[in-house]
Design a protein around this ligand. Structure first.
Ligand code: GDP
Length: 525
């Protein structure tokens, strides 16, 4: 039977996993891909131990395979769903791209290490998801190890993130005494360390065990039941509406490493996570199943390998279907482009995409055509998707050309990379020194590498450390307020901002200069 565009779009589930390094993102991704049949062996995604490649470590992949990364987007089919997982790299790979990737998904899965709770990077990524109001599903991982008390973890979720939680299942014991999970939603107990065919103990409508079982008498079970009763009485109510607007997170417990609770999570997730939703443009909302193709660029990845100078623009499709060779308009320039050189991303290998629909991600080989945030569309309706938010940089370097004779290529390179959205540029007053801002160290490394390879310009970068950037809202600004600890610079739109040395310098400045209105464009507190 031919699938209509509508049914194809409704089968799409596009999400990113947000977590702090080491919470288990790679491990869980691998298990999900295994269920989907996208990879055959565990260990394919993980690079550190197997000697193969890690999804998030794209520079390594470049080195080993001599091609652009294949794993920024992983696709697989499960039951009637087509799943797209977008990678949000951690560690040193953290960059503006990481944030922007969250603009391209319809929901997020937050992984929390049960021993650690909410960690710094999870919080940063969570804030971007909350700003967008997308559904956030939580997986509390590593239950096979002793972690913090589940009720305490839920309280932290609610306090630190300011989101309601609804546990879909609840652990019975943990660590050495981990018995399994009580599945409130599916009304069954999933037993850890029990063969697959006997893993589930069904519960009756009231959520009670049917027949005799030694578990019934155990203290662990009694305690779990007491906690569940507490949740039933005093906890949040399940609400699809709240899940959809991102104010309530369904919570799952499990152990990714032992592949416990992951499949239950996946199946429940797929049921509740949203298919692609309408997206806002300057011409009103665009329906995902409308006939004309449209999409936007959320990430541009340059190849670090000099032998392959290609660059890939990642497009999130927002309506219609992509077909090879189709003609589209680039909204920024009004120019027509023929989309012939395209690529789809799979866990295993790069393959050429023939058709993709709303919710899917395609990669287009780019020779300098695209910029971050660009809209492309088919048809006559001149549409432009909402601007991608600017993410406030935290790390700064002063940059100059090593060879003073090569100022021209230096300036050209800086201008182009800044325009592409690879990095943020600021200038000091008077001397007009260049200062670069990034959210992660990798952005500087990529910048340096690309300046050398693409613009033949060696650069000198002097770190000026972490800063707190705050834009000035006042019409006029007194340049004499600039100091070592609160440096006045302008952004590339000539808007003034201060780079404060630390929180203390910011507060001190505000106390001294209450008339100066400071703002943070990414204020999602
Ligand atoms: P990532 O940095 O978030 O991608 O985390 P990884 O998936 O690489 O996992 C970090 C470490 O935690 C690895 O040593 C994993 O084997 C381990 N790990 C992941 N999930 C679990 C789990 O469920 N239980 C235990 N005990 N260890 C886990």
């Amino acid at each position: 039977m031919a699938h209509t565009l509508q049914t194809e779009v409704e089968s799409r589930r596009t999400f990113a996993i947000i977590s702090h390094p080491d919470a288990g993102k790679t491990t869980i991704t691998e298990k999900l891909l295994l269920f989907g049949g996208a990879i055959r062996d565990a260990g394919t995604v993980k690079g550190k131990k197997t000697g193969k490649y890690a999804t998030s470590d794209w520079m390594e992949i470049e080195k080993q395979r001599g091609i652009s990364v294949t794993s920024s987007v992983m696709q697989f089919d499960y039951n009637d769903f087509s799943v797209n997982i977008l990678d949000t790299p951690g560690h040193q790979d953290f960059s503006e791209d990481t944030y922007r990737t969250l603009m391209a998904v319809d929901s997020a899965v937050m992984i929390i290490d049960s021993a650690k709770g909410i960690e710094e990077q999870t919080l940063k990524l969570f804030k971007v998801c909350r700003m967008r109001g997308i559904p956030i599903f939580t997986f509390i991982n590593k239950l096979d190890r002793q972690g913090r008390a589940p009720l305490e973890l839920l309280a932290e979720l609610e306090e630190v993130l300011g989101i309601e939680s609804y546990p879909m299942n609840w652990p019975i014991g943990m660590g050495k005494e981990f018995y399994g999970i009580y599945d409130r939603y599916n009304k069954r107990i999933e037993q850890f360390r029990v063969e697959e065919d006997e893993r589930f103990l069904e519960l009756n409508e009231e959520g009670e065990m049917i027949g005799d079982h030694p578990l019934k008498e155990s203290d662990l079970y009694t305690q779990a039941l007491e906690e569940i009763m507490l949740l039933d009485e005093a906890g949040n109510e399940f609400s699809i509406e709240k899940i959809n607007n991102g104010t309530l997170s369904p919570v799952f417990f499990g152990s990714a490493l032992t592949n416990f609770g992951v499949q239950t999570f996946l199946e429940t997730y797929l049921q509740f996570a949203p298919a692609p939703q309408p997206r806002l443009t300057n011409e009103g909302e665009v329906e995902p199943a409308s006939a004309n193709f449209s999409g936007f660029v959320f990430k541009i990845q340059a190849n670090m390998n000099p032998a392959h100078r290609d660059r890939i623009a990642f497009i999130r499709i927002c309506s219609g279907a992509f077909e090879r060779g189709m003609n589209v308009t680039l909204a920024r320039t009004g120019k027509q482009i023929k989309l012939s050189q395209s690529t789809q991303f799979l866990a295993d290998d790069r393959s050429t995409v023939n058709e993709a629909v709303s919710g899917d991600i395609i990669g287009l080989y780019d020779t300098g055509t695209y910029q971050i945030g660009d809209t492309i569309y088919e048809g006559k309706n001149n549409i432009q998707f909402e601007k991608l938010p600017q993410f406030t940089p935290e790390l700064f370097v002063k940059v100059t050309a090593k060879n003073v004779m090569k100022q021209k290529s230096f300036h050209k390179g800086v201008q182009q990379l800044v325009q592409e959205g690879a990095i943020q540029l600021y200038k000091t007053y008077r001397l007009e020194d260049y200062i670069l801002g990034a959210v992660g160290q990798l952005q500087f490394e990529v910048f340096e590498h690309r300046m050398k390879n693409e613009y033949n310009s060696d650069v000198i970068m002097e770190s000026i450390g972490t800063k707190i950037a705050r834009w000035v809202e006042n019409e006029k600004i007194d340049e004499s307020l600039s100091s070592q600890r609160s440096q006045l610079v302008k952004d590339r739109y000539d808007q003034p901002l201060f780079l404060f040395e630390n929180e203390f310098a910011l507060r001190w400045f505000q106390d001294k200069n209450p008339e100066i209105m400071l703002s943070n464009p990414m204020d999602v507190e």
